[in-house]
Design a protein around this ligand. Structure first.
Ligand SMILES: Cc1cc2nc3c(=O)[nH]c(=O)nc-3n(C[C@H](O)[C@H](O)[C@H](O)COP(=O)(O)O)c2cc1C
Length: 369
């Protein structure tokens, strides 16, 4: 009775309403994603920079993301019968190719971040999108962005997204907010959530199907999950907590950076892709802030929005190196609650503790009534 509800997104149903956020570069691959899926949630592989981890990728960059993503999807599917998701940033220059790849591979669900998915990718047709099993879920930072997508899809395609992820300003990684908004209470997740839940109502009624909203950004405990569900979310998406698991695909030093960081180590950087990002501060980032990094030669052109002439360093390369344990030339993205991480646990243990905390918080709420 006090347990977590299941999560339904289109035809998909998972026992737990917990989605593991896709984390690039190489932080969430088939290892983490399949473990989360086996534990009753939705595990997500991040496509960002995935091909950079391929042997010989520098030379054979063409198609490297597609190759690596295909391999990780197949690996994950061999390890679980549960749903596997992919995170693809709309800002990736091979976005269209990767969308075709996930459809070919029969992926269950795709979360699209860093840009609004409006136009149909050139590699697929509307009929293919309608016929495939893959659910395409946009990640947004406001009810306004959700409304834009809803209006566009409704008018152009006679469709609506099967769900939305709303990511608030406490999340790790690139932010959908201006720097000044990040600490503004008006933009807190709890403030933004009811507005987007409201925004989907007319479309839910028009299409006669649910459009669940998933909350993300700073969700740390089972009590936080309860708060989100009370505000109308159907589930949550968590990144930071899943980094501190044995199954996370990052190097042990990456996880150590989480275990040892303090609250004031968590900083907002100006990412070379033109967005603020939340990361664990280190000497590499201090050097960048002091202007001690120089523009570089880019062979990848991985992001549409990256201005290579002005970028003081390659963020994909820096994130890849951190994934491999090199913090001299790299750094870790992390959510604002990363300093609360105190131990490494298994995904199963993390899920069990979230369920336990959710039950305790629910009982407490009932006793307060
Ligand atoms: C290390 C790290 C890497 C991330 N990489 C991506 C990414 O490649 N694409 C994306 O859309 N979101 C990315 N995110 C955001 C997560 O998917 C998730 O939405 C976010 O971490 C939720 O906030 P939380 O960390 O406070 O739980 C990243 C987050 C972290 C911590």
């Amino acid at each position: 009775m006090y347990g977590l509800p299941s999560l339904k997104i289109g035809p998909l149903e998972t026992p737990l309403p917990i989605i593991q956020g896709g984390m690039g570069v190489g932080i969430s691959l088939s290892g983490l994603a399949s473990s989360v899926s086996r534990a009753g949630g939705i595990g997500v592989i991040a496509a960002a920079g995935i091909g950079m981890l391929e042997p010989g990728a520098k030379k054979y960059r063409e198609g490297a993301n597609r190759r690596a993503l295909t391999r990780e999807i197949r690996k994950a599917k061999r390890r679980t019968t549960g749903p596997i998701g992919i995170n693809i940033m709309a800002a990736m220059s091979d976005f269209d190719t990767l969308i075709a790849t996930v459809i070919e591979e029969g992926v269950d669900i795709v979360f699209i971040g860093a840009g609004l998915p409006l136009k149909i990718p050139a590699t697929v047709t509307l009929d293919q999108l309608r016929a495939c099993r893959t659910q395409f879920v946009p990640k947004v930072s406001s009810a306004r962005a959700a409304k834009l997508i809803l209006q566009y899809w409704d008018r152009q395609y006679g469709e609506v997204p099967p769900a939305f992820v709303l990511e608030g300003p406490k999340a790790g990684g690139h932010q959908g907010f201006k720097k000044a908004q990040l600490a503004d209470p008006e933009y807190a997740l709890e403030k933004l959530l009811p507005a987007i839940v409201e925004a989907v109502v007319p479309y839910r009624e028009k299409y006669g199907r649910d459009i669940p909203v998933i909350a993300a950004g700073g969700i740390f405990t089972g009590a936080d999950i309860l708060t989100c569900l009370e505000l109308g979310a159907a589930g949550v998406k968590m990144g930071t907590r899943f980094v501190a698991t044995h199954e996370c695909d990052a190097h042990p030093s990456f996880k150590d950076a989480y275990l040892h960081c303090r609250e004031d180590d968590l900083i907002i950087i100006d990412s070379p892709v033109g967005l603020p990002g939340r990361a664990i501060g280190n000497d590499f980032l201090a050097d960048v802030a002091n202007g001690n990094k120089a523009p570089f030669r880019c062979t990848w052109r991985c992001l549409k929005s990256c201005d290579i002439r002005k970028a003081p360093y390659c963020i994909a390369q820096a994130l890849k190196l951190a994934k491999l344990g090199n913090f001299r030339d790299g750094f870790a993205f992390a959510g604002s609650n990363a300093f609360r991480v105190k131990e490494l646990v298994s995904v199963k243990e993390l899920m069990a503790s979230l369920i336990q905390e959710f039950k305790a918080a629910t009982l407490l709420r009932q006793s307060e009534l």
